[in-house]
Design a protein. Structure first.
Lengths: 171, 359
């Protein structure tokens, strides 16, 4: 009972903060609310018994990715005016996202009972062990492929970011 | 009066609240003592006397009251907010910096469990199976306090200081995390309490089984807290005071508090991971329990852990007054080009050795 109450509490926090992320004009405030959203989601994971995912969520998203967003925002030092120009939402984007959202809800409604229910209790008490076993036995190849993909992305971003060395000029 | 019947959940909730309050109050006492140490220790090293005047009549208590006077002064000082600051975040930043460090301390197992009225109560505020991961996650969040403080002050020194500090903290989190993995491989658990139980004998201590991890962890310990020789974030000759340049009075004291709490938490973690936690070397816990009973033995355990942590707190001060500050590029080179490959190699070698020994 208490757990259900907390689940809804964190759900409201996550949704409210997520709304703030897209509606606020101050980019740093938006980034901070993104952290709140991610942490509230992590709390939901804990309530669902997935402690490992919760810790990784906070560690990777809140602790590493959003801090880089914040870095960029701080370095660019966006003023209110520039943000205002960025904020103009095009009608097509609005239409597209509304349609996508409607489609997702429609698919979800139509598929009730046809898709298998999300299994909540497959994770035992030893979360890390279960995740590790699944990743390194049954899903080894997808896992390795995913890491290869990320490695490629890392190398590509280094290549893009690296300034081309100027050719030596002849005197 | 008959006490209402308590069930397990209620007892644990009450125990958690009480434990958290105890930790909170205890933690508040760290900065005054540490500031005293930090003034008297260099005095000792440099053949000076250090502060020794404040006191009542003839009792001067070796200058201990000086920090009390400082704390009173800080709290009653006028608070100033720069006109161009982003006010909300300016006020929030010290708190955002403090909360993760408090969570960090809360997850440290200070001793074996105690028993009150038949209920078993563990001596960490929040005991988690994923304790080590939780600590890494929480240190990741800890960066925001520094980042926000510098940005919200809206000044050059503050911004540069906070950029330096947060870049440094992010960079050194990675080797810090990598240095924990060999220990997790060796002891087979992320639960800090179980890590301690696995180090029951001295030769099984983390420092002997994985000395390179200890080496990396020790360096990261200094870098994570922005302490000398890695205190570039507040290099006073370049940046006045770094990210907290614009902060005064109680908010400045909060930054101080979170810095010292973080130092204390990392010192505790170091003792837990590499020095057997609350266990006294060469004395088995079972023997202590048979001699003193469960609760007294637990208290002895807490004292042992605090002593071990106190050594690392001393080490912080010792190093600060011994080594000169790094240059920023040296700091980044050390983190990314030396500690990161070393940490990865350490994991591979440990895993290989474990696999060979297991086979």
């Amino acid at each position: 009972m208490i757990e259900l109450g907390f689940f809804y509490l964190f759900a409201v926090i996550a949704l409210g903060a997520a709304l703030g992320v897209i509606l606020l004009k101050n980019p740093v405030a938006a980034a901070m609310l993104l952290v709140v959203t991610l942490c509230a989601l992590a709390a939901e994971y804990v309530l669902l018994g997935a402690e490992f995912s919760a810790a990784i969520q906070v560690l990777v998203y809140a602790g590493a990715i959003v801090i880089l967003f914040t870095f960029v925002i701080m370095l660019l030092n966006l003023g209110q005016e520039e943000v205002g120009q960025l904020m103009g939402v095009s009608k097509w984007a609005l239409l597209f996202s509304l349609l996508t959202g409607a489609a997702i809800i429609l698919i979800q409604r139509l598929s009730v009972g046809r898709l298998p229910e999300a299994a909540l209790s497959t994770l035992g008490s030893d979360n890390v062990y279960e995740v590790g076993m699944a990743l390194f036995t049954r899903y080894l190849w997808p896992f390795e492929l995913a890491s290869l993909l990320i490695l490629l992305a890392v190398i590509a971003s280094i290549v893009i970011a690296k300034k081309p060395t100027l050719p030596a000029r002849d005197a | 009066m008959e006490l209402p019947v308590l069930d397990e959940t209620a007892v644990q909730i009450i125990a958690t609240v009480v434990k958290f309050l105890v930790v909170l109050v205890a933690v508040l006492h760290i900065p005054p003592v540490m500031i005293w140490v930090e003034r008297r220790a260099p005095a000792l090293m440099q053949r000076r006397r250090g502060p020794n005047r404040v006191g009542f009549f003839r009792w001067r208590l070796w200058g201990l009251l000086q920090t009390l006077a400082d704390a009173v002064k800080l709290i009653f000082k006028e608070e100033s907010v720069p006109g161009s600051a982003y006010r909300g975040f300016f006020h929030l930043a010290p708190l955002i910096g403090l909360i993760p460090t408090l969570l960090f301390v809360s997850s440290i197992p200070f001793g074996p469990g105690i028993e009150i009225g038949g209920w078993k109560i563990s001596l960490s505020v929040i005991e988690l199976d994923i304790g080590a991961l939780f600590i890494l996650a929480v240190t990741g969040i800890g960066v925001y306090g520094v980042t926000l403080a510098g940005w919200a002050s809206n000044g050059k020194f503050s911004l540069l200081g906070s950029l330096r500090a947060s870049a440094q903290m992010i960079s050194y989190e990675i080797p810090l995390g990598l240095s924990l993995i060999p220990l997790v491989l060796i002891y087979g658990s992320l639960n800090l309490q179980q890590l301690i139980y696995a180090q029951s004998v001295v030769w099984k201590w983390g420092i002997f089984l994985s000395p390179i991890s200890f080496f990396i962890f020790l360096i990261c310990m200094f870098a994570e807290t922005n302490r000398a020789p890695f205190d570039l974030s507040e290099g006073e000759s370049e940046l006045v005071a770094g990210f907290h340049t614009e902060y005064g009075s109680a908010k400045f004291a909060l930054f101080f508090l979170s810095e010292y709490v973080a130092m204390f938490a990392l010192s505790c973690l170091c003792s837990v991971l590499f020095f057997g936690g609350w266990q006294i070397p060469f004395v088995s816990h079972a023997l202590l329990v048979s001699l003193l009973g469960v609760n007294l033995a637990a208290l002895v355990g807490v004292a042992t852990l605090l002593l071990k942590a106190a050594f690392f707190m001393w080490l912080y001060v010792w190093v600060r007054w011994t080594l000169p500050r790094f240059r920023y590029d040296q700091l980044m080179n050390l983190g990314w080009k030396f500690l990161l490959p070393l940490g990865l190699a350490n994991i591979c070698v440990t895993a290989l050795v474990l696999a060979v020994m297991g086979a």
